[in-house]
Design a protein around this ligand. Structure first.
Ligand SMILES: *Cc1c(COP(=O)(O)O)cnc(C)c1O
Length: 444
């Protein structure tokens, strides 16, 4: 007959847990031991045998190890989705990581001017290179593109009208809805046109003495096909400027590189938007640019100046790690080496034959079939566009269960299940991750 009084005391268990206390601290160890004892007590009440002290300490140890594991962990992305928002969007280049480490591990010139030995401005680290790579007069960096759009609208259109086509009142995901952001800025949104067609005349007719800006938002993540019309940016710019309005262009992904040579649809380029006459162009740092999370705003110097002086700018400013990583990323573009150095562009540009050869190498080690498949760019850009690829399809009975086991591996491997097959696309697996990936596959 077992009795609840046979359960060891916490004090007795603590004497047997010196190692755990050294590793996790006294308070955490006590908490885990109490939880283990309480669970055992509940189980004993419904007839389970009372565990001995060693087994209770073992359970507490497992609990402590599980709780000490950070929830934000690196994973291997074998989905073939290049800018995967749930998996952290763009992986950074080696140079960007070096720059972040160099600045983050010590002190820096973040707001310090070395020559006079005085306070300096954090914007200057990034403005010159932004001008160089985009051709803009001026530029600035904030926390993310959502905050950049909010800042531009707040500083330039609060209390006045901002005109936008109904075809561009989009939701980007993660609760970024263009109408909500416009409302938050204090601008009065004037919707014009229809979901599928908006004409230049619709814009012209909506302009009043109270209008501050015409806003264009790139419909990043969906496509309207068929009977559609939108106004070319250059025509919008001409109209805006003739009537004394600003043209604000939220292009979303913000690529500096033409996507069409890769067989993809054109994604608006920052330089083209500026050349067409947009006064401010807003885009993300961590989508097709391939850098850290950031919102980049480029365009007219007088407007950038107004944005910088707005109180909201301080609330959404970029930190030193972001500025360091972003500068190093932009440097790849300035040197003309982005296609080779920026991981997102290396993945977009990877030749199908090279991907196939890598999948064959994996298959030679762990078995399975190498089959043609499709990668996507993702990150709310280029909807419906795919890149031809080759994927390893391990022979498993239950693909969803196998995918779950790959996720339970350390490091977790995120695969894709399509048409009842488990698929691993080498395109998004970083070269140095092959050994870990194969170890996970061997356990299947
Ligand atoms: C992605 C996107 C945003 C949001 O950018 P974040 O950097 O995620 O804040 C805003 N507008 C458009 C058009 C986008 O595609």
């Amino acid at each position: 007959m077992t009795s609840l009084s046979d359960l060891p005391s916490i004090d007795a268990l603590l004497r047997a847990s010196a190692g755990l206390q050294a590793q996790y601290g006294h308070a955490q160890t006590v908490r885990a031991l109490r939880e283990a004892v309480e669970t055992a007590r509940q189980a004993a009440l419904s007839g389970s045998p009372i565990p001995d002290a060693a087994s209770l300490v073992g359970r507490a140890a497992a609990m402590l190890a599980r709780d000490a594991q950070p929830t934000l962990r690196p994973v291997i992305n074998a989905t073939g989705v290049i800018v995967h928002t749930n998996l952290g969007r763009a992986p950074l280049s080696a140079e960007a990581l070096d720059a972040i480490r160099a600045v983050g591990g010590g002190y820096s010139t973040l707001e310090y001017d070395l020559e006079p030995g005085q306070r300096g401005k954090r914007d200057r680290h990034i403005e010159r290179i932004l001008r160089d790579v985009t051709g803009a007069e001026a530029g600035m960096v904030v926390n993310n593109n959502a905050s950049g759009v909010l800042l531009a609208l707040t500083a330039l259109a609060a209390g006045r009208e901002a005109i936008i086509s109904r075809g561009q009142l989009v939701e980007i995901g993660g609760a970024f809805r263009v109408p909500d952001v416009m409302q938050q800025s204090g601008a009065r949104m004037v919707e014009i046109g229809t979901t599928n067609r908006t004409h230049l005349g619709d814009y012209a007719a909506a302009i009043t003495a109270d209008s501050a800006a015409i806003v264009r938002a790139h419909a990043s993540n969906f496509k309207v096909i068929g009977f559609t019309e939108s106004v070319p940016l250059a025509e919008l710019a001409a109209l805006a400027h003739e009537r004394g309005l600003w043209l604000l262009d939220d292009i979303g992904s913000g690529t500096l590189i033409d996507t069409t040579p890769f067989g993809l649809a054109p994604e608006p380029r920052v330089q083209d938007s500026l050349a067409a006459g947009a006064d401010l162009v807003m885009f993300s740092g961590d989508k097709l640019l391939g850098g850290p999370q950031a919102g980049i705003i480029v365009g007219r110097a007088d407007l950038i100046d107004r944005l910088k002086r707005h109180p909201l700018a301080r609330a959404i400013r970029a930190d030193k790690l972001c500025l360091a990583g972003l500068s190093a990323t932009l440097e790849h573009y300035r040197r003309g080496e982005a296609l080779e150095r920026v991981p997102v562009w290396r993945m977009i540009g990877a030749a199908p034959e090279a991907i196939r050869a890598r999948a064959e190498r994996w298959a030679a080690v762990v078995g399975g079939d190498v089959i043609p498949s499709e990668s996507t760019v993702g990150g709310g850009s280029l909807p419906g566009e795919t890149l031809p690829t080759w994927a390893l399809s391990p022979r498993v009975d239950a693909p969803n269960a196998a995918a779950a086991r790959l996720r339970a591996h350390d490091p977790p491997v995120i695969a894709r299940v399509a048409q009842d097959r488990l698929l691993l696309d080498p395109r998004t697996v970083l070269p140095e991750q092959d050994a870990d990936l194969l170890a996970a596959l061997k356990e299947l």
